[in-house]
Design a protein around this ligand. Sequence first.
Ligand SMILES: Cc1cc2nc3c(=O)[nH]c(=O)nc-3n(C[C@H](O)[C@H](O)[C@H](O)COP(=O)(O)OP(=O)(O)OC[C@H]3O[C@@H](n4cnc5c(N)ncnc54)[C@H](O)[C@@H]3O)c2cc1C
Length: 495
Amino acid sequence: MVSRKKVAVIGGGVSGLAAAKTFDEKGHRVCGFERSHDFGGVWELSRSYPDVQTQSPKDLYCYTDHPMPEEYPEWPKGPQVHAYLHSYAEKNRLGRLYKLKTEVLSMDRRADGSAGWTLTLRSGANEWTEAFDFVAICTGQFSEKNILTHPGQDAFQEAGGTVLHSSDYTDPTRCEGKHVTVLGASKSGTDIAVNAARNGAKSVHLVYRENVWRVPYFVGGINFKKLLYMRAQEMQFNGWSRSPAARLMAAITKPLVWANFRGLETLLKLQLGLKKHNMVPDSPIEKEASCSLPIVTPGLFEELNTGRITPVIGSIVSYEPGKVKLTTGVTIPCDLSILAVGWKLGIPYLAQEYRDKLIEKDGQYRTYRLAVNPDLPDMGFVGFNSSFCTVLSAEMIANWLVRYMDGQLARQPSRAEMDANIDEMLNWRRKERPAAQVYGGLCSAPFHFRHFDELMQDMGAQTWKRSNPISETFAPPSAAAYGQFLATAPQYRAG
Ligand SMILES: Cc1cc2nc3c(=O)[nH]c(=O)nc-3n(C[C@H](O)[C@H](O)[C@H](O)COP(=O)(O)OP(=O)(O)OC[C@H]3O[C@@H](n4cnc5c(N)ncnc54)[C@H](O)[C@@H]3O)c2cc1C
């Protein structure tokens, strides 16, 4: 008999909602805490910049039992994703499990030495502590802004200039008649640059450190999910724990793999005009493919062609009133500086002594299956990893985590097995696939199928692949199919 536990779910975004539903369905007492006034996390409306839309196609950005509405476009806009998450919360009555506007300030082991954690919580003026048997951390990778300051910023602002983090760029009218500098050219940076150029900015400079490969929604006229999101592509990257036979096969097929990726690079260079804009990356695409590989913002290359966006490889050195000085030595007019420099990865409410067990000196996280750390019992992560299909990934990990907590995995790992696997994965990231070190090593792309295979087999699922080998090899992951696979894992209920 599995005992019923009191479980805290921290965060009410994509991952928190998946965790709350999954732990609730298994009969546990779920207490969800979300510091914002609303569900949605990064998709919550007051945090979204205008024109934000998914990078993932809609059928790869949904829960297994809740497809996005038919009328949604292939790449839904931010408010549509927000409404979709609300519909999921309503369908599963998740509101009853959550306290909104409630922030977790800290978490510590229970003072009486029993299993579980004590959370310190704050809602308005109330602060209290509450004990839990297990904590699911679902605060994602986008909760703490990365704030940069540069010399001269105060004088720049006193003279009327504005410096914003990308998540605070919610009003495009701020760009009208302004010289805009966007620092950082990941997806949010290019989204904002295009938005600014199309909303009356006098000039837009997109300043970034280095060229990276970018994938447009359509490659050579074909939806990229049909070309790139498949086992057949995934198998060409150097994954972890390759057997001698797999290494031999990789050596034999190396010329074909090489040709495949050179073909893709050539297509991207021609389609996007990368050479013309001096935007050809130095690294081969197969080495760089990871969660940091951005999708091309629609309109980016059109705006580069019109000259309304000027790309600059470099960074900001300092501000002067009405100007910004770049590492290229050039000083450009600037009224509005938007820092699209991302977020700080971490768990600020977890005391340093626990973080030291979780994070290696080089910033790499020690997690087993991207979900648990054997030195931090009675807690786990859902959606702490990035991926190209985060919603599905969060749901799969939530299903794995509840079974792990209840000792119900078919392959329940021992401490020694977890430590050995963590060390092997760290070694692989550091020595064989440096691109996998992005986001502290918490990235499952481009190895989604591999990651899901492991989770499904751990859970004891009877089926984890589509029966048709052709579609399994050459089609993107299907959320609905993963729902069916999950149903083949042993079921139970706590109580
Ligand atoms: C603009 C943008 C576009 C994206 N597009 C895609 C895409 O197309 N495909 C894809 O796979 N991924 C995409 N992502 C990645 C995205 O982060 C994930 O898809 C997903 O939304 C993450 O959900 P989450 O619940 O893990 O984290 P979040 O959405 O960040 O939610 C975490 C929640 O935790 C809450 N929280 C934080 N700290 C505390 C605390 N101490 N106490 C209480 N609550 C707290 C926050 O308020 C937040 O609501 C995108 C991200 C961004 C920013």
